[in-house]
Design a binder for this molecule. Structure first.
Ligand SMILES: [Cu+2]
Length: 720
């Protein structure tokens, strides 16, 4: 019998923080927390060992009424078909009013369930309230957050790593609420923006949005940003299962706390690896994030003297962690994330790299092998590894067998690349029922860590040879069948995309009456990002819903550069792709910075990785577009077509290349970009425009519009 149980973790919190920069919540927890909502009595949630999750359903025939893929029926969606009058939001009731009003909606806890064959889909409702908030605020005198609250929290205290700061929060949680649903469910999220003077959009990273293109959450591409004081209702069908996440796609807000996990489960017989695990718990999400001790905007464009660069001070695991002050050596005593296993059982873990900075991270579990079973929601043939290296935007699912001595073991997450300078790391605990809460062994440090063993995704990019010490992404095997035409036919569209930085001299950049955007890199360089020699500029209105409002002169691509665009060419980089074309993309790293590999994320799709590595030509020290084209002509850009793995985010090895293919069967305007936050804001993006406007579902009723306002000036000075 399989069960989905929710571990009941008891964490005894005593926050003892010696540093003056850190405030201490000493009031202890108060039992009489105010009930936040009549419908959400989360404490009574029956997910304990006796609950009936994941019971035998294999004998029932698989049917998925209403499973994803088709366009959303906008007319039937909660009265949105009529013309709605705007009304101001009511802080006190809005988070719960829709659920109370509409009995067809399911609450988050009802949706976080084991998925069974033939069960009708649910409509899962979430309400996100976004606001400026504080770590270690007075809420921490009222209660202490409980480790099991991943879907919702009754406690508004955010501890993070025990260092007080202002932040941006969704429902006063860090991470924000986890969306956990079954494949085929419809997900409705009301996003209520109370961020003073900030606009926002939320992107559902990994959700393909087939039929719900308008809800992909990319500002000025799929929607207008949500203004402060406004709300926006996202609606999509969870059409593709897997481990995904959501995050703000506007500015730098993601790094200040606007992110959370998405888990789309499926009935066991639809997961080729379901026989490898006994439990898939709501609590066994490992969401990794990087964390500063100030707002990310403090580092943008960047400083020259104090706190230079954009590297984080710390890493968090499910929003938790401890911080050692490098100046005083003092360590905060905030609780670490804890995962509990029953001896002899096998557990699925869902790791999400929700990082914003340029650092890759590596995760290692003491004394346990990880059986990798999926990446970015796409199942792979199981592979045993001991360390997973991952980049911003990637997800890795793995199974851990609780076959060691009952006890507690360290989970270590180390920041690599630039994060090696500050030696940032974070720990969590993997424990067995009835075992201790803290490992007996000394906590691993950055320099004396848990042995690496076999590494998934090695940074050295030696990916075209068999090796015992590492597995590259292109060496994983897809556990599903791959579209044969993708592997046998010549692609209809082949795109080489070199990317690099453009360096300004101060004289150029600070030329009077010019205001070029720029980022001040840790070494003091002033740069913008270029893909195919173009730095992406947002159009002034969203292309999906207001295509005709955008001046075609705004668009450009490698073959159509505006005249006199210059070396810092800025325009809306858009590559047009016919619907259903087979597309091959070759990314070439011309940044040439050792320690820096850029992870590229494609919206709307998963692609198949058919090649990655560095130049096979030993005489070539630095790869560039010309060399990559030359290698390709000579048949030396290695591709392999034996079950190439599916991904939606892939790191291009520095001084190397990545090749992937996909069938452009999802019409829309899809952002394709480096997932480093500070590279997005300086233009490391482009748009893939698949199909035409006529291929799209109708624009949802009352969809907000936006744009410039520049009417002609009346030359009569007495008249407006
Ligand atoms: Cu980048």
């Amino acid at each position: 019998m399989r069960r989905l149980t929710c571990t009941t973790l008891v964490v005894f919190v005593a926050i003892v923080v010696p540093s003056t920069a850190v405030r201490v919540g000493t009031q202890g927890s108060r039992r009489d927390q105010q009930a936040q909502a009549s419908w959400s009595n989360w404490d009574s949630l029956d997910l304990g060992p006796g609950s009936d999750f994941f019971t035998s359903q294999q004998q029932i025939l698989q049917t998925h009424p209403g499973k994803g893929g088709g366009p959303i029926n906008y007319k039937s969606s909660g009265g949105a078909g009529g013309h709605l009058k705007h009304k101001h939001l009511d802080y006190r009731t809005s988070p719960t009013s829709e659920l109370r009003r509409n009995p067809s909606l399911s609450a988050p806890d009802e949706c976080a369930r084991a998925c069974r064959d033939g069960e009708p889909p649910k409509i899962c409702y979430y309400h996100f309230t976004l606001e400026h908030y504080s770590v270690l605020g007075a809420a921490c005198q009222v209660c202490t957050p409980n480790a099991t609250n991943v879907i919702w929290s009754n406690c508004q205290c955010i501890l993070a790593d025990g260092v007080e700061r202002s932040m941006l929060a969704v429902n006063r949680m860090l991470p924000g609420p986890s969306i956990q649903v079954c494949e085929g469910d419809k997900v409705v999220i009301d996003v209520e923006n109370h961020l003073e003077a900030q606009e926002v959009t939320i992107h559902w990273h990994g959700i393909w949005q087939k039929g719900s293109q308008y809800y992909d959450g990319v500002p000025f591409v799929t929607q207008c940003p949500i203004q402060q004081g406004n709300s926006f209702r996202y609606q999509w069908i969870a059409g593709n299962a897997g481990t995904h996440f959501w995050h703000a796609h506007t500015g730098l807000q993601k790094m200040d706390g606007i992110y959370g996990s998405i888990v789309v489960r499926q009935p066991p017989n639809r997961d080729p690896n379901s026989h490898l695990y006994d439990f898939d718990l709501t609590t066994h999400v490992i969401l990794l994030s990087d964390w500063m001790h100030e707002a990310a905007a403090e580092r943008y464009p960047g400083r020259l003297a104090v706190n230079t660069g954009q590297d984080p001070e710390n890493l968090l695991i499910n929003g938790k962690g401890q911080f050692r002050d490098p100046n005083t050596g003092f360590m905060t005593n905030t609780p670490l994330e804890t995962y509990t296993m029953t001896p002899g059982k096998r557990y699925r873990f869902r790791m999400i790299t929700s990082l914003a900075s340029v650092c890759p991270v590596q995760l290692t579990v003491q004394g346990h092998t990880m059986v990798l079973i999926a990446t970015d929601g796409e199942p792979v043939h199981p592979v045993n590894v001991n360390t997973i290296i991952s980049f911003s935007g990637e997800r890795y699912d793995f199974v851990i067998n609780a076959d060691q001595a009952v006890g507690a073991y360290w989970i270590q997450v180390r920041g690599l690349g630039e994060c090696g300078i500050r030696r940032v790391q974070q720990l969590a605990v993997l424990r067995y029922y009835r075992g201790p809460y803290t490992p007996f062994s000394q906590a691993p440090t950055y320099d004396f860590g848990i042995p690496q063993g076999v590494v998934l995704n090695p940074l050295d990019a030696r990916c075209n040879e068999t090796r015992r010490d590492a597995v590259c992404i292109n060496q994983l095997k897809n556990a599903r069948e791959v579209d044969k035409a993708l592997l046998t036919e010549q692609p209809n569209v082949k795109i080489f995309l070199p990317f690099r930085f453009y360096l300004y001299t101060p004289d150029d950049l600070f030329n009077p009456n010019t205001y070029n955007r720029h980022l001040v890199a840790p070494n003091g360089d002033h740069v913008i990002s270029l893909i195919d020699e173009i730095s992406y500029m947002s159009p002034p209105a969203p292309l999906l819903s207001q295509y005709d409002d955008v001046d075609p002169a705004q668009f450009c691509n490698g073959d159509n550069r505006p005249a006199d665009c210059g070396p810092n060419c800025m325009c809306t980089h858009k590559v047009d792709i016919p619907l259903n074309a087979i597309v091959e993309v070759v990314l070439v790293d011309e940044v040439q910075q050792p320690n820096l590999s850029h992870p590229f994320h494609l919206h709307g799709y998963a692609f198949n990785v058919v090649g990655m590595g560095r130049s096979p030509d030993q005489n070539v020290k630095k790869i560039n577009l010309k060399h990559a084209l030359d290698l390709d002509r000579r048949g030396l850009l290695h591709r392999h077509f034996d079950l190439p793995p599916g991904k939606d985010t892939i790191a291009v090895p520095n001084n190397g290349y990545v090749i992937f293919r996909f069938r452009a069967d999802n019409p829309g305007v899809w952002l394709f970009h480096c997932h480093f936050l500070f590279h997005i804001v300086i233009g490391m993006n482009l748009l893939l425009h698949v199909g035409t406007q006529t291929d799209l579902p109708p624009i949802p009723p009352n969809f907000p519009t936006c744009g410039d306002h520049s009417p002609r000036i009346n030359l009569d000075p007495t008249k407006l």
